[in-house]
Design a protein around this ligand. Structure first.
Ligand code: NGQ
Ligand code: ZN
Length: 456
């Protein structure tokens, strides 16, 4: 048992003062009492750790490398060709070094859990690794050594497009079948053992990449991972995908999923950018989480998620780093609100529920949605949840005069960086005074990995 005292803490119902927080030996919150006394004082205001519900760790190493115009009309699809050349060189050692560096960086910014949407399964020539889940296992190991909680989401990728179009040569590393994928998920699950901070779900890469029978087989098999194992899918990120889906089925991707896939609370629909008002209401009502990745969606020119309509219909959402153009939840949340302001010509849009403050609302909603999407008891400072904590640097000028909602607003909108000081995952302090104990080594390994990748 460890007892802490927070002058200010963001609880599920909003900010509270003088909060005594007890963490038990398993890493759960055992007591959360406002207006109390006693305990080791935390260095500043405490917030629940933020889950990143969507990650392709290897894409971190491409950040900054695709910002020079190549095609006359660069877009998502020309970016994807660059990504394919990049992924062709990835080895298990490089994947590990990149992922570990990424996870340490994420921890330092206040992410405490990650959903790794993992679809690069095979060796460079397309042959399976032995064990088949080799690359997935490297990500699990990277998360464990970094100290971040992880939900592995091995991804079924069987076709290049709607109507069972065969995979392209440059997609051979992604190839699997429902049976192979479920077997890999089982291997990863066994490697997790009884570790409560590792979990396994499944994903279908997209409706482009799986046919209805394969999706059904995947969903049936996923039950062996647990009744509530998370299920993720990319959908409606780009309008070309929507058009191809309509040409194939007469339905739009989210519409198809709502009608034919039995979407419910276990699901995370990643992006869901292009939806009609009916789809927006339908997704909200399904109980699924919308996986929003603001920095990546902006970088790739995806479009604008109908967040106001979706929230008005009661929809849940969380945030993901995706291609990791940002490793900072504060930056992602700020962008999420700003894009809505730009689109609507108004201010202070994501509010309600527990607070009229945008900062508080964004943090609480994204933490809760992320937790649901990762199937992890986290995202809230509450008895029984995993003790994932972000502690801010109270003396910093932008925070020093703030209380309650003002803290979250300053955190997200003051424009100051480095306000996160301590981070705990399941009660273990992985970031202290803004530092991760392995950060120098991890940085050196990452630099070496980049050197090797770019020289190849
Ligand atoms: C991915 N990534 O699978 O890595 C996708 C793009 C695709 C992002 N949208 C590729 N960040 O959808 O085919
Ligand atoms: Zn993605």
């Amino acid at each position: 048992m460890k007892t802490y005292f927070a002058r200010e803490a963001l609880l599920p119902g909003g900010w509270a003062r003088n909060v005594r927080i007890v963490v038990d030996g398993r890493g759960d919150f055992a007591e959360v009492t406002p207006d109390a006394q006693g305990g080791e004082p935390l260095a500043g205001p405490a917030l629940p750790g933020m889950p990143s519900l969507h990650s392709h760790a290897f894409q971190r190493a491409m950040a900054g490398l695709t910002e020079t115009r190549g095609d006359l009309r660069d877009d998502f699809w020309s970016w994807r060709e660059l990504m394919y050349t990049f992924v062709a060189k990835l080895t298990p050692e490089l994947a590990f070094a990149i992922a570990r560096h990424l996870y340490v960086d994420m921890l330092k910014h206040g992410y405490t859990a990650v959903g790794e949407f993992h679809y690069v399964h095979n060796d460079i020539d397309g042959a399976p690794y032995s064990p088949a889940a080799e690359l997935g296992l490297r990500h699990l190991e990277a998360a464990r050594t970094a100290g971040i909680a992880i939900t592995m989401l091995p991804s079924l990728y069987a076709h290049a497009s709607f109507g069972r179009v065969p995979l392209l040569a440059r997609q051979r590393r992604f190839r699997s079948t429902p049976e192979i994928l479920l077997d890999m998920a089982g291997q990863i699950r066994r490697a997790c053992g009884a570790d409560p901070d590792c979990a396994v779900g499944v994903s279908a890469h997209s409706l482009r990449a799986v046919d209805p029978a394969e999706l059904a087989e995947l969903l049936a098999g996923a039950r062996s991972l647990g009744e509530n194992a998370p299920i993720h899918i990319h959908a409606a990120e780009q309008s070309r995908e929507v058009e191809s889906c309509v040409a194939w089925s007469g339905k739009r991707p989210v519409e198809w999923l709502l009608e034919s896939a039995g979407i419910d609370r276990r699901w995370c629909v990643v992006h869901a950018t292009h939806m009609t008002p009916e789809e927006t209401r339908g997704l909200a009502a399904s109980g699924a989480v919308a996986g929003l990745c603001p920095a990546t969606e902006a970088n790739l020119g995806d479009g604008i998620f109908p967040l106001l309509e979706y929230r008005a219909a009661g929809g849940c959402y969380g945030i993901g780093g995706d291609s990791h153009y940002s490793r900072d939840p504060i930056e992602e949340l700020r962008l999420l609100e700003y894009v809505q302001r730009l689109a609507h010509g108004r201010r202070n849009l994501v509010v309600g529920g527990h607070s009229a403050a945008v900062g508080t609302t964004l943090w609480l909603e994204a933490a809760a949605g992320g937790a649901q999407a990762l199937g992890r008891r986290c995202g809230r400072i509450e008895i029984g949840a995993r003790a994932d904590l972000v502690v801010l640097d109270a003396p910093r000028a932008d925070l020093s005069r703030c209380t309650g909602d003002g803290i979250a607003n300053a955190l997200i909108f003051s424009g100051s960086t480095g306000l996160v000081r301590e981070v705990a995952v399941a009660g273990r302090w992985v970031v202290r005074s803004g530092r991760h104990p392995d950060e120098e080594q991890v940085e050196r390994d990452y630099a070496g990995a980049l050197h090797e990748l770019l020289a190849a």
